[in-house]
Design a protein around this ligand. Structure first.
Ligand code: AMP
Length: 387
């Protein structure tokens, strides 16, 4: 993967693919993490005398759609960058955009409109690749959160221009690769979230490498059912019972499942709650969080770890009554000393941010899907294009 130091940027127009697919509520950016995460690369390029053209996708529009304009991002970007940014609202590959950018000078920054307004973006269309490539002299990929997509603005343009990884992408790759190559033992992975099927490939790729895998969240009930446990009306996937059984047979000594569960009488914030053994949940109760005994076991397993990766909440943490397992894991992770700790994936990142422990974690990934695909052992198309 080529890095910024190998790219000649002085006096050049650098097309930078960033990830500004940020949460927006009522037209206002509610979490600017991804915008601030792009500043290091932008500032370095500015220092080195480049003119910068930023491009990003936002949401999943089908063609031009006012709801998916990057308008909410523009003022936030100007504020955190402390500089005026030219926001070009015509579609990125149009002649109007090329004209609007023609007077952009070294030291200036422009922001293109949502690249997904271009029909060719998700198809990695050759005509779109060529039109985008014409806007710059070189290309920098800094959108780690999109690096698993073989789209025009991610991998397509890279083939047509001198290119390099931005600082954010480089940092993500360096940190996440440590979880795959020579992790320091004991290596503990905590996986949660709703479904086994979403994370099966990560589980399969990491199990041979880890010392312990703590499995919480909704996906745990498929494993418990596979062992013959009674899980009431807890979420589970019958199609994956055989897979769960196979994993338990092969890696049983590494897999740690919750022994107790905080169940609800309905899927609601105000559900009545009761603790049961995870394998003895009555028919009309639903497992919604790991129980207190499991929290202790999970925390104790983490205490001695030297490498930790966490993805996915331990329960329905959006409901405060069922957030305590997720909070307990966040607290345990924050407490361990002399270990390399990584949190990846949207929900676990919100959880660690809400608990206020974020600054105790060595690396919080900005890309949920991308970090999971990398840990599945896949090569990310955006990264492959920078070779
Ligand atoms: P994921 O995106 O795969 O990490 O899944 C996160 C989602 O899993 C969150 O919205 C949680 O509410 C949900 N989840 C976690 N535990 C459970 C559970 N026991 N039952 C239902 N949903 C759950």
């Amino acid at each position: 993967m080529k890095t910024l130091n190998s790219l000649d940027v002085a006096g050049k127009r650098i097309l930078v693919r960033v990830d500004y697919n940020v949460p927006v509520e009522n037209g206002v950016v509610s979490d600017d993490t991804r915008i601030t995460a792009s500043l290091e690369t932008i500032n370095l390029l500015l220092e080195r005398g480049a003119a910068i053209i930023l491009m990003s996708h936002f949401g999943r529009p089908k063609g031009v759609d006012d709801k998916y304009r990057l308008a909410p991002v523009h003022p936030v970007l100007e504020k955190v960058l402390g500089k005026k940014v030219l926001y070009v609202t015509s579609t990125p590959a149009s002649a109007e955009t090329a004209t609007a950018l023609s007077s952009l000078k070294a030291g200036e920054v422009a922001l293109l409109e949502n690249v997904r307004f271009e029909a060719g973006e998700e198809k990695n269309d050759a005509t779109l690749n060529a039109a985008l490539a014409k806007l710059g002299d070189a290309f920098v990929l800094d959108a780690f959160g999109s690096a698993h997509r073989a789209h025009s603005s991610v991998s397509g343009v890279a083939g047509l221009l001198p290119h390099a990884a931005g600082l954010l992408l480089e940092k993500e790759m360096v940190q996440l690769t440590k979880l795959l190559e020579h992790p320091v033992a004991p290596y503990v992975v905590i996986i949660g979230g709703a479904k086994v099927s979403d994370k099966l490939k990560v589980i399969e790729n990491l199990l041979p490498k880890v010392d312990k895998m703590l499995i919480g969240g909704g996906m745990a009930y498929t494993f418990v059912k596979a062992m013959g446990g009674k899980i009431g009306k807890s979420i589970h996937e019958d199609d994956f019972l055989e897979t769960a059984k196979r994993l338990l047979e092969q890696f049983g000594s590494k897999i740690v499942l919750p022994t107790d569960t905080l169940a609800g009488d309905k899927f609601a914030a105000d559900a009545k709650t009761q603790i049961f053994a995870t394998n003895a949940i009555p028919d009309d109760w639903e497992g919604m969080d790991i129980g207190p005994e499991s929290q202790k076991v999970f925390a104790a397993t983490l205490e001695n770890a030297k490498t930790v990766f966490w993805n996915g909440p331990m329960g329905v943490f959006e409901f405060p009554a069922f957030a305590s397992g997720t909070n307990a894991v966040a607290a345990a992770l924050a407490k361990i000393q002399n270990a390399f700790t990584v949190v990846g994936g949207g929900d676990s990142v919100s959880a660690i941010n809400e608990t206020g422990y974020a600054d105790k974690i060595d690396h919080i990934s900005t890309g949920g899907g991308a970090s999971l695909e990398l840990l599945e052992g896949k090569t990310l198309p955006g990264v492959a294009a920078l070779d």
